[in-house]
Design a protein. Sequence first.
Length: 462
Amino acid sequence: MNEKEIPAHFTELIEHKRWKILKEELVEFGPIQIADFIEKLPQKSQVVVFRLLSRMQAKETFQYLPYEIQEDIIEGLASNVNKIADLLNDLDPDDRTAFFEELPGTVCQRLMQMLSKEERDIATQLLGYPEDSIGRLMTPEYVAIKPDYTVQQALEHIRKYGQNSETLNVIYIVDSTWKLIDDIRIRDIILAQPEQLISDISDTSFVSLNAYDDQEMAVQAFSEQDRVALPVTASDGTLLGIVTVDDVMDVAEEEHTEDFQKFGGAAELDLSYTKTPLFEMVKKRSGWLIVLFLGEMLTASAMAYYDEEIAKAVVLALFVPLIISSGGNSGSQAASLIIRALALGELTVKNWWYVMRKELLTGFILGAILGVIGLIRIFIWQKTGLYDYGEFWIWVTVSVSVSLIFIVLWGTLAGSMIPLLLRKLKLDPATASAPFVATLVDVSGLIIYFSVATLFLTGKLL
C-alpha cells in the first residue's frame, strides 16, 4: 500500500471542480490515505470525492471511514442505486455487518434488498447472531482443505479459491462434515514436499472461537495467541467462518472507550465526542452527576451529625478536605487497577481473597505514608507559627494521622472489592467509576474521621 501523504493541491482541485484530474491522481493512493482525506473534507465534498473512486477503491476505502461518514455516503448515493448495490456487494461481509447493525431496521432491510442472493444470505446469517457476539464479527471468506489432500492438491485448491479469502496466512482443515480438525500456516504447506499428505504435516492443535460467545472473548483470545485470524465454529465444531485481528482491534478500541467513559462517571457515547449533539451529551452525563450529587448530600448529613464536635473543635473542620480526598483518591486508584486487570483476564472473581489481602497491606502502608506526611505538616505549621492548632495540637495530629491510615485503607478496599462484586453480579465492573467510589468513601471517611477524633479528643477538646 502506498503510504505517501495526500498532497495539499487536492483541496484546490476540489475547489475548482477539476474532477477528472483528481480522479486520475487518486489512483496513486491507498484506501487509508483516501479515507483520511475524505474524513477531513466538508460534508458536501465527501460524497463527490467518493463517487470518483473506482469500484475496488470504493470498497476498500469505505471500510476505513467512520460510521457517520459511511451513512452520509450511502444517502448521497441514493439516486444511484447501482452504485450502492455494487458497493454493498463488494464489501467484506464482516465490514458490511458492522455497518448494517448501526442502521435503523427499515433502512437496513432496504439496503439488504440491493444485495445479490448469495451476499444477502451471508448478511442474513451474520445479522442473525446476537448483538456483540463473535458471529457478528466473522467472515465466511476463508480457504478450507481436507486432511487427505496432498500438499500439491492443497496448493492448487488455494490458488483456485483463495482469491476472495480474507487472509491466506492460515488455511483450515475440515472433515467431510465440515467440522474443524486443525489450522495450518501457509508457510508450512509451501515448505512441505508436494507428495506429503496434509494430515502428516498438521498437529491437530488449534484454538477456535464459538460464534455465540461475547466479542470480548475474541479480544482475549487474540491477546493470548500470535495469530492474524482465528476460526469460528458452531457448538458442534462445524467451521462457520473466521475472525481477523483488524476486526477484533476495532472491538477492543470500542470496549476501552466505553470503559473509560463509564469510569469517568458518564454513560457511553453512541457517537464520537465531536458528533454527539449537545442535549445528548447532557443526557449521557447528567444521570451519574445526579446520583453522585445525591450521594454527596450524605456527606453534608454526616457533617451535620457531628456539628457539636465541630463547634467545640473547629480545628477538625480544617482537615476534612484532606481526609475525604485521600480516601477517594486511594479508592479510585484501586478501582482503576482492578477493572483493568479484570479486562485483561489477569484477575477473576475467584481471586477476591488474594486481592483483599494484597489491598489490605497496600492500603495500610499507603495510609501510614500519608499519616506521617500529615503529622510532619501539622508539626511544622505549629512550631513555625504558621498556624496555632491549640493546646491539644498533639492529639489533633494523632487524630488526623490515625484517621488517614483507616480511611486510605478503607478506600483501597472499597475500590478493589466493588468491581469484583459487580462482576460477580454479572454487571460491568467499569460502572464502579472513580466518582462513584470517591463519593462512597467521602461519606464513610467522614464517619471514620470524626469517630477517631472523638476517641482521642474526648475530655480534651470535646
